[in-house]
Design a protein around this ligand. Structure first.
Ligand SMILES: Nc1ncnc2c1ncn2[C@@H]1O[C@@H]2COP(=O)(O)O[C@H]2[C@H]1O
Length: 876
């Protein structure tokens, strides 16, 4: 058989057409999975391609065979040349950008029309796939993504461990344990400092260690550049210009020291200047490093990003302090010669100049001679703090006066609530009412939230009273307390207060009201501590002193004073947990540039820093100003404040240095700058007011919900003004709702909220409930009345601590334009007007469409309803 002769061009054309379908498929797959499969990769892929083609109905047998043959031939013959043919950049096709595989087709004479059709089909498919993605599919996708990320992360960790860089991946738990151990006790802080810490501390990477251990001459430019980038993480390093940075990094040497290792000893000749890359060191002015561990609060602690050892170079003296590691610390140091050749000293001189200028301009130092100011500036230190960093934990142990140069700091007062008369009175009163209410009504069992405030106070008592046993526990607790109380001859008020509280605790626990979670949730650090009587006795005495406004120094005879002081010292020496039963931090002041912190104790000892002549004059003035000064003395002596940075730069001047040069004018100026903060009793009242659920709720409502609703309503327009809002805003605007119909049916619809069967229009919200049950009236609450601040609501005193869930009357509204239902929230009590039926919302809320609403129908008889209402009356 003779075959017709065909030209090479015809053959090529035929081949192109015959392989089209199969080839298109193959090429497509090569594009989609470039890394896994490519048609010309090897003959081993042949089986795979065949398998794929079997499932494609449009890949007819003959075509498939041809294509495979062609593919096989091609893959064998053109294996070497394929790489060359393949264009590295996307080629242009018909004015459109095309992919690599399209360019290949062009070469193989694949008709453009087919390509276009194919592309269009693919685009449609992609669009459809995107559109039809169900939430579940989306979720699956997200899960897959997370899985991928997780796998990637694990492989990085694995790689790091293999390469010996596993130290960099240190868990927070290990770090927090380390730092807690390094700091010794957690001191008096009632919040967990770990919450304010970065989760990972970055240790020096292996490659950086290698570079910094090399001789400076053998470091390449690239290596120095990498070290510069790494060192830029340190705030102490960033302040240098790029030239200085490079010069420093060319000479840096890596060192790692363990805890207790002395890096610098006072009086030694200076050799190196140090940056802290990780860990922390303590600066102590003693020759001996032990005070760093014995009195940790008295010494400065330097951390990652700080530097030390410059003073000796700048001043040309010997080392001014001892520096010891508090934990495993990584340091990068620069030799003396490099320090000067890199001109690091210039930046320190500039810093020094800034300090001098700040001090010179400050009022306190206005009378000081220039050389003295310079000396003080030399001995002071400029430090910057990030937001939320604790600068001073306890002002009573402060050894510096802190001047704020930039930014702001917050002064906090740790308020011991268990020592606040107002708080105890409030809690006991509230609890008594609750118990009476419980005793009289068996139908209504209060929610755990209802006693949240009282449980804070009760937390200060031994856990034995919280065991859900019976009254015998109460009796025994009371007995123990009374016996102890007798032995110590407690004041009567105190005994009565404590007894009531213990009794309350037991009664509450027998009813299963006290929930440990509840207590835990409200407790800073979840502490449960027992305040012993001695502490309480003195706290009561302290309280009395505070109330009487008579300064202790001048009102009490000396021996008594000493005795009290001694006792106080004893009490103060107790562990932190014992000294504060229930604490809360209150912000009392915000300091801005120019203001100072920590001068109270200085004013107290002002006599020490005056000359004899000045002393005589001051004695005269003292008599006149006795009352004014005594207040400040008390403040300095008894009250402790915490200083927390809000992002600031400060100058710390040592008190001793300040003492040396202070005169009367300086102290007067300092006194003028020193703020007098409110007494604890006032702070306590403010706290109670702020933590009052209703005040809080109104604040939130004013700030968030009302604005949100207003926005929604503006968007919806006035057409919906007579319909019930279906917005899912769980607005806790009102706790009591009155319904206009006596026997109305109570129904809940997810969209429309509560609807009464007897009312044609939506039931009208009522905000006011009168003391008398029979006189219950309805008055609509408007958004405008709601948005008023609590103080503007006349005749609406804010009782302390009305907890969430308890019935709260709302103020008389301004107008009745709004005829809408306000949403209910959990624990809301719903009363029908004139009806004896009450509903307590136990779960969800009328605006929570996703929740199944459960309603507890408690039938309250008339008597109980009256009682309840009379209690509402009491609250108002
Ligand atoms: N009060 C301080 N607070 C923080 N660091 C200090 C204080 N006093 C001295 N230093 C540092 O401790 C270093 C001890 O060595 P130098 O004197 O060389 O440089 C000193 C300062 O860098």
């Amino acid at each position: 058989m003779e075959y017709p002769k065909i030209t090479e061009a015809q053959r090529r054309m035929q081949r192109g057409r015959s392989i089209d379908v199969g080839f298109t498929f193959n090429r497509r797959s090569s594009c989609e999975m470039q890394n896994q499969l490519s048609p010309c990769e090897s003959i081993d892929d042949h089986a795979d391609i065949k398998k794929r083609l079997q499932y494609k109905s449009w890949a007819i047998g003959s075509a498939r065979r041809t294509s495979l043959q062609v593919e096989k031939k091609r893959s064998v013959s053109s294996k070497a040349s394929y790489g060359d043919r393949r264009p590295s950049q996307p080629a242009k096709f018909n004015g459109h950008k095309t992919a690599r595989w399209q360019a290949d087709y062009m070469k193989m004479n694949v008709p453009k029309r087919w390509l276009k059709e194919y592309e269009k089909k693919q685009a449609d498919l992609r669009k459809d796939r995107k559109k039809k993605l169900q939430p579940l599919d989306r979720f699956r996708r997200a899960v897959r993504l997370i899985q991928t990320c997780n796998t990637a992360f694990r492989s990085i960790v694995h790689y790091a461990v293999e390469k010996g860089q596993h130290e960099q991946v240190t868990s927070d738990a290990t770090l927090s344990l380390k730092s807690a151990a390094a700091q010794g006790v957690m001191e008096n802080l009632m919040f967990d400092p770990e919450h304010y810490k970065c989760h990972h501390e970055f240790l020096m990477p292996g490659w950086a260690k290698e570079i910094t251990c090399k001789e400076p001459e053998s470091r390449t430019k690239q290596e120095i550049h990498s070290i510069v980038q790494l060192m830029k993480q340190l705030k102490g390093f960033r302040r240098y210009s790029s030239n200085i940075q490079e010069a420093i990094c060319g000479a840096l040497k890596y060192d790692c020291f363990c805890r207790r290792r002395v890096v610098i000893r006072k009086g030694h000749v200076a050799q190196r200047f140090y940056f802290i890359f990780s860990g922390s060191v303590c600066v102590t002015v003693d020759d001996d490093e032990h005070s760093a561990f014995a009195k940790p609060t008295e010494n400065a602690v330097l951390r990652r990003g700080d530097h030390f050892g410059e003073l000796a170079f700048v001043r040309g003296h010997k080392r001014a302090a001892t520096i010891v590691c508090l934990e495993r610390t990584e340091l990068l140091s620069v030799e003396k010669e490099d320090f000067f050749s890199a001109k690091i000293d210039l930046s320190f001189n500039a810093d020094m100049q800034r300090r001098v200028e700040f001090l010179k301009e400050h009022h306190v130092f206005s009378t000081w001679p220039e050389d003295v100011v310079k000396q003080v500036a030399e001995e002071s230190r400029l430090q910057d703090y990030n937001s939320d960093e604790v600068i001073v934990r306890d002002s009573s142990k402060l050894h510096w006066i802190i001047f704020i140069t930039k930014g702001q700091c917050d002064v906090l007062r740790l308020l011991d609530l268990s020592n606040c008369k107002e708080y105890i009175d409030h809690a006991v009163k509230y609890r008594m009412e609750k118990i009476q209410e419980d005793a009289s009504s068996s139908t209504y069992s209060p929610n755990a939230d209802d006693i949240s405030l009282s449980s804070i106070v009760l937390r200060g008592f031994p856990s034995r009273s919280e065991s859900p046993e019976d009254e015998s526990t109460a009796a025994s607790a009371e007995n123990t307390l009374t016996t102890r109380g007798k032995a110590k001859s407690e004041p009567a008020i105190f005994k009565a207060g404590v007894r009531t509280a213990v009794a309350i605790a037991c009664q509450a626990s027998t009813k299963g009201i006290l929930h440990s979670e509840n207590t835990k949730g409200k407790s800073p650090k979840g502490r449960v501590s027992f305040r012993d009587e001695v502490k309480q006795e003195f706290s009561v005495q302290k309280e009395r002193r505070q109330f009487s406004e008579i300064p202790r120094r001048y009102s009490e005879p000396a021996p008594v004073r000493r005795a009290i002081d001694d006792e106080e010292e004893k009490v103060d020496k107790k562990p932190a947990e014992d000294s504060i039963g229930v604490g809360v931090y209150m912000m009392v002041d915000r300091l801005r540039p120019g203001q100072c912190f920590g001068s109270w104790s200085l004013l107290e000892q002002e006599d020490k820093c005056l000359t004899l002549a000045q002393n005589i004059e001051r004695e005269m003035n003292k008599v006149k100003n006795i009352k004014r000064q005594s207040k400040k003395y008390n403040q300095g002596r008894e009250r402790r404040f915490t200083l927390v940075s809000g992002g600031c730069e400060v100058i710390k001047v040592a008190k001793e240095v300040f003492f040396k040069y202070s005169d009367a004018a300086t102290l007067d100026e300092l006194r003028r700058l020193t703020a007098t903060y409110p007494r604890d009793s006032i702070l306590c009242q403010t706290y109670l007011q702020q933590s009052d659920w209703r005040t809080y709720r109104e604040g939130i409502v004013d700030n968030v919900v009302v604005r949100h609703i207003a926005r929604l309503e503006t968007a919806k327009g006035s057409a919906r003004s007579h319909t019930v809002r279906s917005s899912p805003v769980p607005s806790p605007l009102c706790s009591i709702k009155l319904w206009p119909s006596v026997n109305s049916k109570w129904e809940y619809f997810p969209d429309t909220g509560w609807v009464s069967g007897h009312v044609t229009r939506p039931a009208i919200e009522a905000g006011t409930i009168r003391a008398n049950a029979t006189n219950m009236d309805r008055t609509p609450v408007t958004t405008s009345s709601r948005s008023q601040s609590p103080s503007l609501r006349k005749g609406f005193p804010a009782p302390f601590g009305t907890p969430r869930g308890s019935p709260v009357p709302l103020p008389a509204p301004a107008s009745k334009s709004s005829e809408k239902l306000l949403p209910l929230v959990t624990n809301d009590l719903v009363l029908a007007q004139g009806s004896q039926r009450a509903l307590v919302l136990t779960h969800g809320g009328s605006r929570c469409n996703d929740y199944q609403l459960q309603i507890e129908r408690s039938i309250i008889n008339k008597q109980d309803l009256k009682k309840t209402n009379s209690q509402f009356g009491k609250v108002t």
